[in-house]
Design a protein around this ligand. Structure first.
Ligand code: CDP
Length: 220
């Protein structure tokens, strides 16, 4: 990794199935930085609540699960199931859950050299001083097609309309909640991946990060 005089923190946010995870991983590889998928943390909390037979809407149960987060759930085969996505977005509305996961994310972002984190509130709450912020989007139809294929590759066969409705419902809940809603930070660069293959989207993302690095160096 090139030696830098600053911590290269890169925030990648965006709605469900926008391609932010793929882009964040590729950027991390490109710069030799560690990567954190923060959505996986909310998924693990949602899954823990479901496994206990609880409701994601129950703030007390969700917060207790977040405080005693079982990290082995990050490797669980059900982490990326549609039901877990829904539970993740259900638990993510509770401020106590977000607070319980805050330090883990903040310290990951603060490690020497920098880090890449993807999620919903990285550029706004977790790493507001990030060197580069990307807000990754894609059309609803493209996102649904991608998520449908991803679920199918894992044996979960779902109709396009059902997947589309799930994504829209989850985006609405993530955007409308009071606690750290899904939002493009004022200083985030928008990257629409609707018409971009993965390689092209990653190239574009790296170019945007390079612009931010250049701008920061100019400011001194
Ligand atoms: O992969 P996908 O974009 O569908 O979802 P994810 O990134 O794994 O996130 C799952 C859910 O966790 C989201 O719908 C959000 O409700 C929540 N989340 C959040 O609130 N804040 C984050 N930084 C990351 C995820």
């Amino acid at each position: 990794m090139a030696t830098r005089s600053f911590n290269l923190v890169i925030a990648v946010d965006g709605p469900a199935a926008s391609g932010k995870g793929t882009i964040a991983k590729a950027i991390a590889r490109h710069y030799g930085l560690p990567h954190m998928d923060t959505g996986a943390l909310y998924r693990a909390v949602g899954l823990a609540v479901l496994r206990r037979g609880g409701s994601p809407a129950d703030a007390g149960v969700a917060e207790a699960a977040a405080r005693a987060l079982d990290l082995s759930l990050l490797e669980d085969h059900a982490l990326r199931d549609a039901a877990t996505s829904e539970a993740a977005s259900g638990v993510a509305v509770h401020p106590g859950v977000r607070q319980a996961l805050f330090d883990l994310q903040r310290s990951f972002a603060a490690q020497p050299g920098g880090a890449v984190l993807d999620g919903r509130d990285i550029g706004t709450v977790i790493a507001p001083d990030a060197v580069a912020k990307l807000f990754v989007t894609a059309s609803d139809a493209v996102r649904s097609t991608r998520r449908q294929a991803e679920l199918a590759s894992r044996g979960e066969i779902r109709g396009f309309d059902e997947v589309l409705a799930d994504l829209r419902r989850r985006d609405a809940r993530d955007s409308d909640r009071d606690a750290a809603p899904l939002a493009q930070a004022a200083d985030a660069a928008l990257l629409d991946t609707s018409d971009l293959a993965i390689d092209a989207a990653v190239q574009r993302a790296v170019a945007l990060v390079e612009q931010r690095i250049g701008a920061m160096r100019e400011r001194g």
